[in-house]
Design a protein around this ligand. Structure first.
Ligand code: ZN
Length: 271
């Protein structure tokens, strides 16, 4: 297997994976979307809310704020020994919001949420939460916990996580008799004749229909399908690299579980 990073910045990564089967690549994509944990607000205690926004709507909106996540300091509530509704300092972070206006109407933003852990804060402080008119007030406590996208999309670490094939088309010049049947059969028109040779124009748009292989009378075309380009966009909770690393760890754990279960099954059979 070969991995090459093509592009990387704070929230995006684009890399090439070569030499693995599609089910493995797809398993990684699904784990990144649904199983890599992040922190999100789960419980909200509204102490006072005289704004026009209903408590439920405000709580839902708070839940959708991407929070910077520290996977090394917190654990999932399901495995925490406290087993309490609002959690403990190992599985929960408390936020408070105390906002009011006495003169002109104003918008309350995510930066006004005060966290008891300075590492776990909204990824952006500029997310509008609600509007307050003169004399209105909102006071609340919110509890953020680790969770997985499979439970609720607010825990998804990625806003985009896709891969596409980037096949390598190889034309064997020894076998090619320049009949041009492959050029005519290609619906994406990625092949052309140049200097008495069949050349590739743009393999990125190849959709793997394999019409060129079928049309070639001399079997002079080969396609390596096991090349993929992954594109990941983080919502800001975790770095894109950390999302990939965590997904690989989860996949490994799943494979280890399968191996140990199959081995114990084999032992039972032998006994
Ligand atoms: Zn706990």
């Amino acid at each position: 297997m070969e991995i090459k990073i093509l592009e990387k910045d704070v929230n995006h990564i684009r890399f090439l994976i070569k030499g693995v089967e599609t089910p493995i690549v797809n398993a990684l994509r699904r784990i990144m979307i649904a199983e890599v944990p992040t922190m999100a607000i789960e419980d909200v205690v509204i102490i006072e809310n005289s704004s026009p926004m209903k408590d439920e709507t405000l709580a839902h909106r708070l839940g959708l704020i991407p929070l910077k996540t520290d996977l090394d300091s917190y654990i999932l509530p399901a495995i925490c020994s406290c087993q309490s509704d609002l959690g403990c300092n190992k599985c929960s972070v408390t936020f408070t919001l105390d906002a009011e206006t006495t003169d002109s109407p104003r918008t309350v933003y995510s930066k006004e949420l005060k966290s008891d852990d300075l590492e776990i804060v909204p990824y952006s402080g500029d997310i509008p939460l609600l509007k307050l008119a003169s004399g209105q007030k909102v006071r609340l406590e919110a509890y953020a916990k680790l969770g997985r996208g499979t439970t609720h999309a607010k825990w998804q670490p990625v806003s985009a996580c896709t891969y596409r094939h980037s096949p390598t088309v190889r034309i064997d010049i020894e076998k090619c008799d320049l009949c041009e049947k492959c050029i005519k059969s290609c619906t994406k028109q990625i092949l052309k004749k140049e200097n008495k040779k069949i050349v590739l124009v743009n393999s990125d748009i190849c959709d793997l229909c394999e019409e060129c292989i079928k049309s070639c009378p001399t079997e002079g075309i080969q396609i390596n399908k096991q090349v993929y380009i992954f594109k990941i966009e983080s919502v800001g909770s975790l770095t894109p690299e950390r999302i990939v690393i965590e997904a690989v760890k989860i996949l490994n754990t799943k494979l280890d579980t399968i191996i140990s279960q199959v081995s114990s099954f084999k032992k039972e059979k032998t006994v």
